[in-house]
Every structure is written in structure tokens, then in C-alpha cells.
Design a protein around this ligand. Structure first.
Ligand SMILES: [Zn+2]
Length: 210
């Protein structure tokens, strides 16, 4: 099983930034992804699990098309996109995991992500959800861009006064790295397949045409 860990954003895209500037999504998810790769070196991983990461710095362009190109180049069978969320509603908080509706394996992994999330990110409002064009168009477009199964994990909200201190707390990056590594491990037990769907990324916007 080839799994590609994709820390979202990077390059010129910082992603979401907390109001006080202390949490920058592109940096945070990079730290989690790199910590997962480091932990993988010492972990007893199933021999059939091969891990890659799409970036280890913020220096290069890392837009969706770059990420899809990398996923194809490493023959990824599963992509795990790492993000933090943002909302105009400061009460929105908690971990979210999104999967493609027709992909049972990533649905399973999304549920696992919620179940094993650190309690402070799990309690109250964590959930696993299928993406839909009207529910969360950006997530839908992102998952649609990949020609292989993709799981999107949003660790918490950079706009939440509850989540920001949790995300910045000691050891949280390593806990989230363990969560990601656990999902990689679990993926080896799942038959991954996704029904190909129509629609494409035209470089500007996602096309939802059917
Ligand atoms: Zn993001």
C-alpha cells in the first residue's frame, strides 16, 4: 500500500491563519506530516506499507495540481490531505474528516480519525462526513481532483478560541502525527477503491458538471 501524506498549502499559500498569527495552517500541517514521517522510521509498520510525503518545506509551489502530480508520480493508492479549518463562526471547532461518498475505505478511515482524535479535538463537534458539492465545495473539489482515494483531515479550527490553544499545546503535533500514522497503518487492512467520477479541475475552479 503506497500512502502519500500531503500537508496542505505550502509554497505561496499559507492556508488559514489564527487571529493572533500564532497558528499558520501551512506550517502546522507540515509539522504534523514531517513528525509522522519521523515516527514512521521508528515504528513497526506493516512491510507492505510504503509512505511518502508531498513536501518537507514551504519553498516550492504546492497547489492542488502539484499535489496530484506528486501523488501520481509515487503511485499513491491513498492520499491523506492534512489541513486546519477556518470559519466565520468562532464557535465552530473540532476535528473533521471528509471522504468521497463512494469510497467505503476512506469512510472507515474518516471514522477512525474521529474516534482516535485527541479528546479536546474529538469532544463536542468532531465528525466524519462524505463530501458533496453543496455541503463543502472546497473539500469536494479537492477530493475530486485526485484520481485515487483521498481522505481529508481537518485537525481543528484556527478561528476557534477552543481549538487554537489545543493545537498549540505541548505534544499535540506528535499526537496528530500518531493519528496520521495510525490511519496509514489501518489503510493496509482496507481494500481501497473509489468509483471514478466525472468533473475536473480547470486550474481556476472545480467543474462539477456531470
Ligand atoms: Zn487547508
Amino acid at each position: 500500500m503506497n500512502v502519500l501524506i500531503v500537508p496542505g498549502h505550502g509554497g505561496s499559500s499559507k492556508g488559514a491563519v489564527s487571529a493572533d498569527g500564532s497558528l499558520v495552517e501551512a506550517d502546522y500541517v507540515l509539522a504534523v506530516g514531517v513528525a509522522a514521517m519521523r515516527a514512521a522510521v521508528d515504528a513497526q509498520l506493516p512491510p507492505r506499507l510504503m509512505l511518502d510525503i508531498s513536501r518537507i518545506d514551504n519553498d516550492r509551489p504546492h497547489g492542488v495540481r502539484d499535489r496530484v502530480r506528486i501523488a501520481k508520480a509515487v503511485n499513491a493508492e491513498l492520499v491523506i490531505e492534512l489541513h486546519c479549518d477556518a470559519s466565520k463562526n468562532p464557535e465552530a471547532h473540532g476535528l473533521r474528516a471528509y471522504y468521497w461518498p463512494s469510497c467505503r475505505a476512506t469512510k472507515q478511515l474518516a471514522k477512525e480519525a474521529v474516534e482516535v482524535a485527541p479528546p479536546a479535538l474529538r469532544e463536542h463537534n468532531a465528525h466524519a462526513r462524505p463530501v458533496s458539492p453543496d455541503g463543502y465545495p472546497r473539500a469536494y473539489g479537492l477530493l475530486q481532483a485526485y484520481p485515487m482515494p483521498c481522505l481529508l483531515v481537518e485537525f481543528g479550527f484556527v478561528t476557534s478560541p477552543i481549538d487554537v490553544p489545543v493545537l498549540r499545546s505541548d505534544g499535540m503535533v506528535d499526537q496528530l502525527a500518531d493519528l496520521v500514522l495510525g490511519l496509514c497503518r489501518s489503510s493496509t487492512h482496507l481494500g481501497l477503491s473509489v468509483s471514478a467520477d466525472e468533473g475536473s479541475w480547470d486550474g481556476e475552479s472545480y467543474l462539477f458538471g456531470r
